[in-house]
Each structure stands twice: as structure tokens, then as C-alpha cells.
Design a protein around this ligand. Structure first.
Ligand code: CUA
Length: 369
């Protein structure tokens, strides 16, 4: 929560409604600014960013009022009063006026430039001791990799400690935005961008993609959790071992949900951008280059790590690789889960493929033709 001194809007309301008759409104108005004008200022940089914003804002309001006010005044004052009124003498040149309206804007622009540049440099320059987290954006999910190799789909950070984000993209340009921290930076394929923040208050804040990146752009919405002091390490320890504490098929199900697989692969046989996970394991499929493949452990593993190696016919080659985002153990959990939702999952592999090859490949071949 912002304190009144930090929040210009709340501050303004507090002054404006300080008088006794209006004071009753204060509890109501105190709730407004968090969502009404600006999000909570939850990072150490937020105040500075807002200050620059409000300076520009109020300068704009000031000039808007002067210009529109004078315009309205002149329209009324110098209107044509009766038909046939001739226009009077117009001023042609005034050195004083021209120097004034040149010098004042230059000074204002310079002040804005210096303020903006200072806060921009501050946001772009992480402190040396910052805790580093790698960020990967891909259609349509964020991955956060911590120094110990643990990967999460939501961002977790300690409170009161500078955190540096080193970001890149697997495919198109995404943009990471944490409104409460006033952090917004493009995430670009083939290059690393960085930004940093220091969270002030434990809590959960929205984190989203703010660069249109395709159909699932609006799905790139997650949260950043700021852990209380000392709790971050505890969380990390638990989270890093979470999947190992569950039955493998359940761990696999949680992984396909959390890693975003289900955005393209349904779990109930429904059509999607990619083939459904139901009845995937053990069946035989035609690939786009005319081969037929059995969707066994090795094929699934290959499809996760090198999705372009053999694409099932009828689907676009659009899947990003998950190499480096899933551990071997996690891939095994996912395979176990796929077995659990396939009628061939529990069968002897040899028999299953022999039986299925004919009927399946016929069916696929017909579809493809
Ligand atoms: Cu990623 Cu929009």
C-alpha cells in the first residue's frame, strides 16, 4: 500500500477534502488511488517514475488550460458582431513574444529531458549485487529461471532486494510489464534486454505481456509474488522439489498445465493448434514428410526438445522447443501422464504399435489426401 506522502493523487484528495463536511468521504477516497489513477507503488523506482509522469502531466494540463482558455476567450471577444464587420489590424511581428515562446519551451524540454534521462538510466542500470533471474518469453508463456536452475511460470522475488531480469524471446517480440513496479521492457529474439527493480512490499502483483504477439497474447498474464524477508529461500527449496513429491502422472499433468502445453494441446481429444494429448501415446501418426511414426517415449521426448524434427501431418510447425525448460525427469513425468490418458498407455509397446499401424495410418492418409 502506498503511504499518503508517496501518492500524489491521494495527497491531493487529502488536501482537497480536508474540510470537515467532506472529511467523511476520506475513507472512500483513500481506496480510490490504488486502482483509479495509478497502480500501487510497489517498487523503489515507482515513486520516481510517477513523479516524472505527473510533472509532464501537470505541465500539459497547464498549457492545455491556457491555450484552450485563451482560444475560447478570443472566439467570444473578437467575434464578428454585425454583418459586414471588417477584420481589424493583426500584429505581424513581435521579437519579445517570439523569444518568449521559444525560450520557455526549450527550458521546459530540457528539464523534462534531464528528469526523464535520469530515471531511465536508473531503471536501465541494475545495481551490481542484484539477484539475477533469466526471463524467456515465448508464444504464449513466460519462463523465469533462477540461479539454481529452477524454472517457474510465475515470477517469485524476495522483498527489499534488487532483482535483475535478463530477458530474451524464443520467437517474436514480447514485452514484460509489471505495472506496480513501473517496469516495462521489450523481450526480443536473438538478444538480451535487462531491467531491474527492488520490491518494497510483500504481495502479489500482475505481470503481463504488453506487445501484441499473436493469438495468445492475452494469455501471457501471470503474477509476480514478492516474498517476505527470509521466506523466498524457503519457497525456492519447496518449489524446486515439488514434482518429485507427487505421483509421476500427477506431476506430468501439473507440468502440461503449468508449462503452457495445454494452450495448444487439448486433454480431451478436442482439436487445437497441436494434436490432442488424449490418445497420443502409443498411436501411430503420419508426419508432414510422409513418414509414419509411433508416438512412443522417444518420439514424445524428441517432440518436446526438437519439435520441428517430425511434425504430425495436418499441423503447422509452430511449436517452440522446450529444451532447457524441462528437466529430463519432468519429461518422464509428462510421458507418464500421456500414457495415463491413452488407451494404449498400459499395453505392451510392441503389440500396440503392430495393431494400430494399419488402421491409424489408413485413417490419417485419408484425412491428408
Ligand atoms: Cu507476448 Cu504479447
Amino acid at each position: 500500500m502506498p503511504t499518503p506522502e508517496e501518492n500524489p493523487v491521494l495527497n491531493f484528495f487529502n488536501h482537497a477534502v480536508g474540510a470537515p463536511p467532506l472529511a467523511a468521504l476520506r475513507p472512500f477516497l483513500a481506496q480510490l488511488p490504488d486502482s483509479f489513477w495509478m497502480p500501487t507503488q510497489a517498487s523503489t523506482n515507482a515513486g520516481e517514475v510517477d513523479t516524472v509522469f505527473f510533472i509532464i502531466y501537470w505541465i500539459s494540463v497547464f498549457f492545455f488550460a491556457i491555450i484552450v482558455g485563451l482560444m475560447a476567450l478570443f472566439v467570444v471577444r473578437y467575434r464578428r458582431r454585425k454583418p459586414g464587420d471588417e477584420a481589424g489590424e493583426a500584429p505581424t511581428h513581435s521579437n519579445t513574444l517570439e523569444i518568449t515562446w521559444t525560450v520557455i519551451p526549450i527550458v521546459i524540454s530540457l528539464v523534462l529531458f534531464v528528469l526523464g534521462f535520469k530515471s531511465y538510466m536508473n531503471i536501465s542500470t541494475p545495481p551490481r549485487n542484484a539477484y539475477e533471474i533469466s526471463v524467456t518469453g515465448q508464444k504464449w508463456q513466460w519462463f523465469f529461471t533462477y540461479p539454481n536452475g529452477f524454472i517457474s511460470e510465475e515470477l517469485h522475488v524476495p522483498v527489499d532486494r534488487p532483482v535483475k531480469l535478463v530477458m530474451t524471446s524464443e520467437d517474436v517480440i514480447h514485452s514484460l510489464w509489471i505495472p506496480a513496479f513501473r517496469v516495462k521492457k521489450d523481450v526480443v529474439p536473438g538478444r538480451y534486454t535487462r531491467t531491474w527493480f527492488q520490491a518494497k512490499d510483500p504481495g502479489t502483483y500482475p505481470l503481463l505481456c504488453t506487445e501484441y504477439c499473436g493469438t495468445g497474447h492475452s494469455d501471457m498474464l501471470t503474477v509476480v509474488t514478492v516474498h517476505e524477508s527470509g521466506r523466498f529461500e524457503t519457497w525456492m527449496e519447496k518449489a524446486a522439489n515439488l514434482y518429485d513429491t507427487m505421483p509421476p502422472a500427477e506431476a506430468g499433468e501439473m507440468l502440461v498445465q503449468r508449462k503452457g502445453c495445454v494452450q495448444c494441446h487439448s486433454l480431451d481429444g478436442a482439436a487445437g493448434i497441436g494434436p490432442s494429448f488424449q490418445e497420443m501415446y502409443g498411436h501411430t501418426f503420419q508426419t508432414t514428410d510422409g513418414q509414419s511414426v509411433v508416438s512412443d517415449e522417444n518420439y514424445i521426448r524428441e517432440s518436446i526438445l526438437d519439435p520441428m524434427a517430425s511434425v504430425i501431418a495436418g499441423y503447422e510447425p509452430v511449436m517452440p522447443t522446450f529444451a532447457g525448460k524441462l528437466k529430463d525427469k519432468e519429461i518422464t513425468y509428462i510421458i507418464t501422464y500421456l500414457k495415463s490418458i491413452s488407451s494404449l498407455g498400459g499395453l505392451e509397446e510392441e503389440d500396440a504399435t503392430a495393431e494400430e499401424t494399419d488402421s491409424e495410418s489408413d485413417a490419417t492418409a485419408t484425412e491428408v489426401d
